[in-house]
Design a protein around this ligand. Structure first.
Ligand SMILES: C[S@@+](CC[C@H](N)C(=O)[O-])C[C@H]1O[C@@H](n2cnc3c(N)ncnc32)[C@H](O)[C@@H]1O
Length: 247
């Protein structure tokens, strides 16, 4: 898959993973977020969750970052007139390959929100790197794919086979503990949260189908298959949202 075909499908989509406004407000309440909190949206993609973060903390300072420039451009354009929001290129965890900032360099934050992205660097590595990014009393909220049953359908298992770290809610809590953090509360994302991701993406797929070359068609097929697998097996896997803090 080329970046060009990928971003043809993904550019300007409202969000890049499952999630809904209620997830942010729930996590903010669990974390006891103050109205003037310092907040990080780590791997913010197009910035879908920033309005909900600002709703939860109207006088906040929000720093959103993402590794991929097209998402940074989308999010920056979305919030260019809001002085509370800064969007930049950054990394979940600093990498010697470049000097992009990570949360520890951008903080301290009272609340670090990371929707559907910690797996890129591994949950334990992310949490270890984020401990110095938090202000005293701060919390991290992250969502991560999990099995919801001990006996997932073979097709669902095949779909997730490339993600060796896939586990269940207990497995996530175990990794949180191994990183030296504690889980405060969890909840499973709703079907509406998934539709908020797949709905706009499927409309974009339909719009791009006519005239798509082979490369774009392959990207569209892969995205359509992702949605089909979720609709067929949504009771077998989901996203777990966890609010955690250093132990
Ligand atoms: C599933 S998307 C979620 C985006 C956004 N949080 C949302 O819910 O719409 C994962 C995001 O992680 C970003 N990403 C992947 N690896 C990253 C890294 N090492 N540092 C920062 N962002 C990264 C991707 O560019 C993408 O925007």
């Amino acid at each position: 898959m080329t970046h060009k075909a990928f971003f043809l499908l993904h550019r300007d989509l409202p969000r890049e993973g499952p999630g809904e406004r209620g997830d942010v407000s729930w996590a903010a309440e669990v974390a006891g977020l103050r109205p003037d909190a310092a907040i990080c949206d780590a791997a913010c993609g197009p910035g879908a969750d920033i309005p909900a973060l600002l709703f939860a903390a109207p006088h906040a300072r929000v720093v959103g970052f993402d590794l991929h420039a097209p998402f940074v451009d989308d999010a920056a354009a979305r919030f260019e007139s809001d002085p509370r929001v800064t969007v930049m290129q950054g990394r979940l965890v600093a990498d010697a390959a470049d000097d992009l900032p990570d949360p520890a360099a951008l903080g301290p934050f009272d609340f670090l929100w990371c929707a559907g992205a910690a797996y890129f660097v591994g949950l334990r590595a992310a949490l270890r790197a984020w401990a110095p990014a938090l202000a005293p009393g701060g919390h991290v909220a992250f969502s991560e794919a999990v099995w919801l049953t001990d006996d997932p359908a073979p097709e669902a298992q095949a779909f997730w086979a490339g993600y060796a770290a896939m586990t269940d809610a207990d497995g996530i809590a175990g990794r949180v503990a191994e990183a030296g953090w504690e889980t405060v509360a969890t909840r499973v994302l709703s079907d509406a949260a998934w539709e908020g991701y797949f709905g706009p993406m499927e409309r974009r797929i339909a719009a791009l189908r006519p005239g798509a070359d082979a490369e774009l068609a392959a990207v569209l097929d892969e995205a359509a298959e992702e949605a089909r697998i979720w609709r067929t097996h949504r009771r077998d896997f989901g996203y777990l949202l966890s609010v955690v803090r250093p132990a």
